[in-house]
Write a protein that binds this ligand. Structure first.
Ligand code: GLN
Length: 502
């Protein structure tokens, strides 16, 4: 057996190379992210051992944070395009990792130019690395290999191991040696990820290479696709309407939103043209069902990402965090619950679905994702209870938070790794990275939506917001289950004959 054919615990060894690379990358990402708002809002005089911050207001800091966390994922689209058309996923991940090392490295410096440059580089680096490493995981498996879903669940544990370690360690380092040591730690960790990726190349010989044109796609450039827009009046009209909306958005909401809408217009027109350009109805239908499933993705993350915002504040100000009168549990620790639950339950959830599938019962990806939305939405029931208790007694029990995060996590496990796997099953090989990029961009938009919903709590109150999310998500999940049959028909049996192949 050649190295890339070897297995460990029933999975190709390449999976573990990607697992570790992504684990270190997520460590650096979540570690830095955890510091960001705190660093921006700390006074320029430096209040304690952590040193001087930027002295921004919390509103300024949250605004930048919102744009940053969204851009990081939206840049996955160009990241995916570069991989598909120019250098392949494997090299894109390599360049992404190198740029990330530079970005985190620059953040060690204290100047303001270094701050913006560092963030910019991290956005570019994640955009190149994140979608493409996920697509590479899918590339480890042949079509119909039943291990694929399980592989993605294992990969997902790597992601969360990274985030768990980061949220545990970074705070300690910063308290001891200051902000820039925290940023530096993210850089060192990313360097380990890079080295690990380079050393693991022999297990990745067959994946992530630039794909030659195949029978299901035409080998045209993005520029050619755009130019075709002018030959198809229907598409052109849609594009013009979107363009108009962008400029209207610019006018009403300011240039930043305007640019975002403009970007989304470009992407939507591109997707329309790719759809038109695909050679077979099977690939057209699969493309469509993927795009429809991304609606679930936006809604899911829009609700789920209350975790870092509204629920975080709720934990801080309205929850009784007293541990049996012994000590007070710090707010940030609640942020580790999600990653911790993932590490504990990821394989369990994957096995449950696999068993269900083997028994011949409904376990398609769309079904899992819809179930995931409902389970996650159901978690908000406990936040509704919490808000009720707060209104009655002036503080609420932390058990509600633990239960809410538990349901959120189980929902995430039904949706997020499943969606990654689903994309690698359905997207035409030539556009696999682009579609992965669009998926992450959808989740980035979800993050932004989450921020907007969270802000609305100051107007409507938590009780109303949590109830609204609960009702809305359960209804959306239910609707997708209702139209499951036609959606599945559009996949043309992509998941019907999965079997053991090794
Ligand atoms: N927590 C996951 C990750 O970091 C989900 C990210 C996403 O889809 N936005 O990979």
């Amino acid at each position: 057996l050649k190295p890339h054919q070897k297995e460990l615990f029933g999975q190709p060894i390449g999976l573990y190379v990607l697992f570790l690379t992504e684990m270190w990358e997520r460590f650096s990402y979540y570690g830095m992210r955890a510091l960001l708002v705190l660093y921006m809002t700390t006074s320029t005089l430096g209040d304690d051992a952590r040193g001087a911050g930027l002295g921004w207001t919390s509103q300024e800091a949250l605004a930048l944070y919102g744009w940053y966390t969204m851009l990081v994922y939206v840049m996955s689209i160009p990241g995916g395009m570069i991989a598909d058309k120019l250098i392949g996923q494997k090299k894109a991940v390599l360049w992404g990792a190198i740029i990330l090392c530079l970005g985190h490295g620059v953040l060690v410096l204290t100047d303001i130019w270094a701050f913006y440059t560092g963030l910019g580089l991290v956005i570019l680096g994640v955009g190149l690395l994140k979608p493409n490493i996920s697509t590479m995981v899918g590339g480890l498996y042949k079509e119909g290999d039943i291990r694929r879903d399980k592989g993605f669940s294992i990969f997902y544990i790597g992601i969360n191991l990274g985030s768990f370690l980061a949220t545990m360690l970074v705070g300690v380092v910063v308290a001891q040696w200051g902000w820039h040591a925290g940023f530096g730690l993210a850089g060192v960790v990313m360097l380990i990820g890079l080295v690990n990726y380079v050393l693991g190349q022999k297990y990745l010989v067959k994946v992530g290479n630039l794909e030659p044109a195949s029978d299901n796609t035409n080998d045209v450039s993005y520029g050619q696709l755009y130019s075709k827009l002018f030959n198809s009046p229907k598409q052109l009209i849609v594009a013009l309407i979107l363009l108009f909306v962008s400029f209207y958005g610019w006018y009403v909401m300011g240039w930043a939103y305007g640019l975002l809408f403009l970007f989304l217009t470009l992407i939507t027109s591109l997707l329309m043209m790719i759809y038109k350009d695909l050679n077979s109805q099977v690939y057209k239908d699969r493309f469509l069902v993927l795009l429809l499933s991304f609606i679930m993705v936006i809604i899911f993350w829009g609700a789920f990402e209350q975790a870092g915002g509204l629920m975080n504040l709720y934990t801080d100000t309205k929850t009784d965090r007293n541990f049996f009168g012994l000590f007070e549990i710090p707010t940030v620790m609640f942020q580790s619950l999600n990653a911790g639950f993932i590490i504990l339950f990821a394989t369990g959830v994957a096995n449950l679905w696999a068993k269900r599938k083997l028994k011949g019962r409904e376990a398609s990806s769309i079904f899992k994702m819809a179930t995931g939305i409902i389970i996650m939405g159901f978690g908000f029931l406990f936040m509704v209870f919490a808000a009720m208790q707060f209104e009655q007694s002036g503080s609420s029990s932390m058990i509600w938070l633990v239960l809410a995060y538990f349901f959120h996590t189980i929902g995430e496990l039904c949706l997020s790794p499943v969606a990654l796997s689903f994309i690698t099953k359905l997207a035409p090989v030539k556009y696999a990275s682009l579609m992965m990029g669009v998926y992450f961009a959808a989740s980035g938009l979800g993050n932004k939506v989450a921020g907007i919903i969270g802000e609305s709590a100051s107007e409507f109150g938590e009780y109303a917001v949590f109830t609204g999310i609960l009702v809305f998500t359960v209804i959306v999940g239910g609707l997708f289950i209702l139209i499951l049959k036609p959606l599945k028909r559009l996949t043309h049996g992509a998941e019907d004959n999965e079997r053991e192949m090794h």
